[in-house]
Design a protein around this ligand. Sequence first.
Ligand SMILES: [Zn+2]
Length: 126
Amino acid sequence: MLNGKCPRCRRGDMYVGRMYGLKGSRMYEHCPHCGLTFEIEPGYFYAAMYVSYALNVAEAVTLAVATYVLTGNLESPWLYLGVILGGCFLLAPFNYRYSRILMLYWLSPKITYQPHLDTDDRTKNA
Ligand SMILES: [Zn+2]
């Protein structure tokens, strides 16, 4: 899951490029291994924005706590704001990616892991 593999066969890649590469946000329409359509219905990934938002909030809290632990600063809100905004900016590709991955793994009852597809032979339409 952490490698962005297909939630059904856990073999095929979901994304074309690496996270911070130029093609980092390009996604395959279908799993290159088992042929699963990732975008189950049109607009499906709009819901991923909510997951992405939740990730952002979690990261912002983590960054704020980390800033406090590292600097002990309670005076300047700008320090926190800068760290949080900078962190969110740096983590944006990460959020984009994992919000969709989490969607498919946890929030899509139609897609389950199918071990019989987790094989090396590349049969399509299995
Ligand atoms: Zn697959």
